[in-house]
Design a protein around this ligand. Structure first.
Ligand code: NAP
Ligand code: ZN
Ligand code: ZN
Length: 352
């Protein structure tokens, strides 16, 4: 065991402060990574503030962070995929049983014994797992991803959650040329959704509550932009979408989005606001529409997404911050005031 530097939060109302956390020495199948950048996902904020208490209560102190890129510093004797000096990435998962039907099908994210990168039981050291707001991490090689060498690293970190969470449902729902696709919410996930839908050849409509993001949405891949609080603009798109991806983190009118789907269209939720919402059965049954959800993606699909990003030169638009600005960044994230993902430069932590 060794001590790593990290930023943790002690309760739902505390600020983040610098600390040290235990990390295990690499086992034969482990990869030790020096973290270079870590994205700030809205899920980090939900959990730091214990907003998902009814589903996954937060264990404090919490070290969030599941959008990790870095450089391999050490590998266990049985590791074949990586060697010291390689770039590597870790997303939302660090372990699963590897034997259940879900794991065998490449759906580690649905494994009943899945271990998430933070706030999940740590079978090696006891307590809970600690995430990427840290200078290093040790992860089994099965959950370590390869990073295409042409991509900017600060902008690559967010691909590990925002990227796969938007890429996976688009692939599952056949987003392609000739389809009309909506992406709701222009934040970390949403701006990646625009990039992927555009790269997949679809006609893309961005839905935003922030009229000032209109120009950016067009630059990021939208063909049209709708200000979702403007009823007239919404009305123009009634019954026209094949697929809509909803990335919104707070309460909003889901029913209004369902009404924009054509017959048999699908609305997939990836945003995870804490409160349930109301949907009329009629809006679904009268057009045989469907409403579904999606949770990140499996490891093979995450690698496919990273390789797709390498080929198409896709990264997140990031505002790089030192870790000392994390409390300010959380306040800004709550106000949708980030273009479009914060990426923490971990050199700032090493310098402390
Ligand atoms: N399913 C999964 O696997 C998964 C993975 C990662 C994250 N998530 C969840 O996905 C959600 C989004 O995460 P994120 O990191 O992309 O968050 P984010 O960067 O804060 O983006 C959320 C966007 O939602 C829009 N929004 C915020 N409040 C709104 C409101 N009251 N009404 C309508 N729109 C509103 C804003 O876009 P505009 O300014 O354009 O309106 C905002 O930028 C979070 O709930 C997160 O926990 C789920
Ligand atoms: Zn996330
Ligand atoms: Zn499994």
């Amino acid at each position: 065991m060794y001590k790593a530097k990290a930023y943790s939060i002690a309760s739902s109302r505390s600020p983040f402060t610098g600390t040290t956390i235990p990390r295990r020495d690499p086992t034969p199948t482990d990869v030790q990574i020096e973290i270079l950048f870590c994205g700030i996902c809205h899920s980090d904020l939900h959990q730091a503030r214990d907003e998902w208490a009814s589903v996954m209560p937060t264990v404090y102190p919490l070290v969030p962070g599941h959008e990790i890129v870095g450089r391999v510093t050490k590998v266990g004797s049985a590791v074949s995929k990586f060697k010291a000096g390689d770039l590597a990435a870790v997303g939302c998962m660090v372990d699963s049983d590897g034997t259940c039907p879900e794991c065998k099908a490449g759906n580690e994210h649905f494994c009943p014994n899945l271990i998430l990168t933070y706030n999940f039981p740590d079978k090696h050291l006891g307590g809970v797992t600690y995430g990427g707001y840290s200078d290093s991490i040790v992860v089994d090689q099965r959950f370590v991803l390869r990073v295409p060498s042409n991509l900017n690293l600060a902008g690559t970190a967010p691909l590990l959650c925002a990227g796969i969470t938007t890429y996976s449902p688009m692939r599952q729902h056949g987003v392609t040329k000739g389809k009309k696709i909506g992406v709701v919410g222009l934040g970390g996930l949403g701006h990646m959704g625009l990039k992927f839908a555009h790269a997949l050849g679809a006609h893309v409509v961005a839905f935003t509550t922030s009229p000032k993001k209109k120009e950016d949405a067009l630059r990021l891949g939208a063909d049209e932009v709708v200000v979702s609080r403007n009823a007239d603009e919404m009305q123009k798109h009634v019954e026209s979408f094949d697929f809509i991806l909803d990335t919104v983190s707070a309460e909003h009118d889901v029913e209004a989005l369902i009404n924009l789907l054509r017959r048999e269209g699908n609305l997939t939720l990836v945003g995870a606001p804490p409160k349930p919402f109301a949907v009329s059965s009629f809006s679904l049954i009268m057009r045989r529409r469907s409403l579904s959800g999606s949770n990140i993606g499996g490891i093979a699909e995450t690698q496919e997404m990273l390789d797709f990003c390498g080929t198409h030169n896709i990264t997140a638009e990031v505002e790089v911050i030192p870790i000392q600005k994390i409390n300010e960044a959380y306040e800004r994230l709550l106000k949708s005031d980030v273009k479009y993902r914060f990426s923490i430069d971990m050199a700032s932590l090493k310098a402390e």
